[in-house]
Design a protein. Sequence first.
Lengths: 145, 168
Amino acid sequence: MNINALVIDDSGIMRKLVMKTLGETHLATFTFQEAKDGQEALAIFKAGKFDMLFCDWNMPNMNGMDLIKIIRNELKSRVPVVMITTEGTMDKLDEALNTGHVDGYIVKPFTPEGVGRKIAPILQKMTDAKKNSSGVFAKLAAKLQ
Amino acid sequence: MTTDTIAPDKTGAQLQAADNSLVEAVVSTIASVCKTQATPKAQRAEVRVDGEKIIASVSLVGDVEMTVFLGMPSATAVALAEKFAGFKVPFESPDMADAIGELGNMIAGDLKIRLDRSGLKANISLPTVFRGQDLTVTTPKWEIIRDHFFGTPSGDFMAGLCSRKLKP
């Protein structure tokens, strides 16, 4: 499975660490683009096509949650979003998870095993959705014939 | 690296609890992030902090108004950053500021959770990182509660806590 992911974090070393760790999960073949805050991420997201977003919470200019709200509410995108958080911002996550703005989260510090456990169900959902949509198209195509 | 003690600890138990929580937060964060044991040291004289240093500060604002400092000499910073990132991080690189800032952020996050359990709510700021020679932390309007020195197999470092007010 090929995943084009956008990694958003104001810390360059955290972006590197997220990309390295995702590669070490061996759950998919990831290609990455990076953004250092919400504003930059929004411009990159609008210009590209992404399968998944990995987004820090606390960032300058535009924080992670404000970015995700724009992506969900204004751009109407359902792209899977995984928040990168610390224990200190976990309390804000509940609402984001309950409203469906966010599909999952990883807590810093993280390991390939821990990240793998968090993103495997999301990747599985993406695979299932792809299968279902191809099934729908196959039925439609058959009907049209 | 030195800190000035501006005023004695006037608010008692809560400050002491926050101070104890800081030590726990540092030990826990360094263990989980850097996979190494940080041991609190009783005497500042035991700690070698000569030469170039780097300091990260993160504020907690809400029921408390505190700033957490994490400071270390270049050798400790290089060693801990490599353990944290899994690759070499030169002291002069932007990645070093990110690594020590992120460590400070995680320590402050851990402290926030511990304070939260005591009924003290706070939000944490983005980290600010300073790098230089013979850095001295002075905060004239603030009361520095205490600074703590830690030893690790990778070198020594300090963590401190300043507080302006606490919920009565």
